[in-house]
Design a protein around this ligand. Structure first.
Ligand code: ZN
Length: 240
């Protein structure tokens, strides 16, 4: 480890030293290579030269969200894109990593589902509600302008208490990012022909519940209570 990385002071008394943190990660890799990889060798051999993920999963970079764990998926199942606030920039405004991943997933990998997944206790959503803490983080502040539509919508329409605002904003942010997703030409074309389905989820870290957006009713409902709520608009064309 370079000297400059040693002795980095931690903010939290529970935080490991930089040395210990890296050791845990490398030890984990070695355990994977020795114990886990040999047990699943057939899967990794099959995946060595191709992928056919069943869905694209766009979620927050938050370390507590592990898409493969909460959906019990294996390597090769999910095409995952993560960023601060599970943001999807509208097409044409910022054609960077998220937009490229969406186009690749739809056009090259033919994914049939895109899930945008927000979560409870999201630091990005807290920052959108109270941006004072972002003074030293101009890049995060600029990125979160893609959530401004949700903040404005909550501020002008919601009579919720300060305690409820975070939950409502988290929901509205997922709805806003689904709207942005539909501005991407690859997505819009396949949605219109019924070849692609989009989903808006909120994962609760403390309870493991997921609530999904029902676009027809305009509300989030728990997954597991009746039919799966759908965020996909009605198709208007036959697939060619
Ligand atoms: Zn988050």
């Amino acid at each position: 480890m370079p000297d400059r990385m040693r002795g980095v002071k931690s903010d939290s008394p529970e935080q490991e030293s930089a040395d210990d943190a890296l050791k845990r990660i490398v030890d984990g890799f070695q355990h994977f290579r020795r114990e886990v990889f040999p047990e699943q060798q057939a899967l990794f051999k099959k995946l060595a030269n191709s992928q056919r993920p069943r869905a694209m999963f766009i979620t927050c970079a938050d370390s507590r969200i592990v898409p493969e764990l909460i959906t019990q998926s294996s390597p090769g199942d999910l095409f995952v894109t993560r960023n601060v606030g599970n943001v999807v920039p509208p097409y044409g405004q910022m054609n960077g990593g998220v937009s490229s991943a969406i186009e690749y997933a739809v056009m090259a990998l033919d994914v049939q589902h895109i899930i945008v997944c927000g979560h409870s206790d999201c630091g990005a959503m807290k920052a959108v509600l109270d941006p004072a803490g972002l003074q030293r983080m101009p890049t995060v502040k600029a990125w979160l302008r893609h959530c401004e539509v949700a903040r404005s919508l909550v501020e002008q329409n919601c009579s919720c208490t300060a305690g409820e605002a975070l939950g409502v904003l988290t929901e509205e942010n997922v709805v806003a990012q689904l709207d942005h997703l539909r501005t991407h030409p690859s997505v819009a074309a396949r949605l219109a022909s019924g070849q692609l389905f989009i989903h808006g989820w909120i994962y609760n870290i403390g309870t493991s519940e997921i609530r999904a957006y029902d676009a027809e009713k305009g509300e989030f409902r728990m997954i597991g209570d009746g039919p799966l709520p759908m965020a996909t608009p009605r198709a208007r064309y036959q697939a060619s």
